[in-house]
Design a protein around this ligand. Structure first.
Ligand code: FE2
Ligand code: FE2
Length: 276
């Protein structure tokens, strides 16, 4: 089987579809990883006579409960403060999506081993596509509400996380970059969930509530993928050790952030966040 043309022909976007040529060839299909829950995609691995090949397909969203690995949890009160200036929050959010798309594209050809090059680049191209779509969605809501991007945007939370990357250390640098991406995804997912609950409840903003709900599910899928990709860079035990270190540091970095209408803003000084 020509695996490259199989991917090019693959009917991405058709829920639950299995490529007919794979079925007819009697190839065993194994669900490997959820890639995105906003545009639900899973990576499939098919065993061929010439070795293993990977394919993408779309499936229905998963509904399983998600356990956040985060060391601190955002209290509900944070949402009302962050939404004091919704346009500033949406502008910050737009930059977050832009940076996420750029980061996925930047990592696109940085696979640690040629053996995983196809799987690696397919995953990151799909994430970049998701993030660009998120950016477009945020921009539509922001402009519909009369807002505009703030050209002087800064994200001290993400900057502090990127400072943790061990630059010049080959696969360890790559590992850190993937884990920083995973941290930003999972914290964003948690913040979107808190915002969504508030907007759908006392905030009475159903449009924003549903929007944050949808994006939270997608970022959760990306978080899973970045962690999976980290296992290509170093041994699983090293991923675990560094991941645990970074989870601790992330909670400290977040707690040190100033208050404000930003996705990764800090918490009120008198609550300090609830340690998990
Ligand atoms: Fe996103
Ligand atoms: Fe994401």
């Amino acid at each position: 089987m020509d695996s490259e043309s199989e991917i090019a022909d693959f009917p991405i976007g058709v829920p639950g579809n299995v490529p007919p040529r794979l079925e007819s060839a009697g190839i065993e299909i194994e669900l490997e990883m959820p890639l995105s829950l906003y545009h639900p995609i899973v990576l499939l691995c098919g065993e061929t006579a010439g070795g293993e090949a990977s394919y993408l397909m779309s499936v229905e969203p998963r509904t399983a409960t998600f356990e956040y690995p985060l060391r601190s949890r955002t209290p509900e009160i944070w949402a009302s403060g962050a939404l004091r200036d919704p346009l500033a929050l949406l502008s910050d959010h737009a930059y977050l999506e832009k940076k996420a798309a750029l980061n996925a594209m930047e990592l696109l050809n940085r696979w640690p081993d040629p053996a995983c090059a196809r799987e690696w680049s397919i995953c990151l191209a799909a994430i970049a596509d998701d993030e660009a779509s998120h950016l477009n969605s945020v921009m539509k809501i922001l402009t519909k509400r009369g807002g505009c991007l703030d050209r002087n945007h800064r994200n001290p939370y993400a900057s502090a996380l990127r400072d943790l990357v061990r630059r010049g250390q080959a696969n360890r640098e790559l590992l850190d970059r993937l884990l920083v991406a995973a941290l930003i995804e999972v914290r964003s997912c948690e913040r979107f969930e808190v915002l969504s609950r508030y907007c759908l409840g006392e905030g009475k903003d159903a449009e924003l509530g549903r929007f944050f709900q949808r994006l939270g599910a997608s970022e959760r899928g990306h978080f899973n993928i970045f962690l999976k990709l980290a296992a290509f860079a170093v041994a699983p035990s090293e991923v675990d050790t560094r991941w645990n270190e970074m989870l601790d540091l992330e909670a400290e970095i977040l707690a040190a952030q100033p208050l404000g209408s930003r996705i990764h803003s800090g918490l009120a000084s008198d609550n300090g966040g609830a340690r998990a």
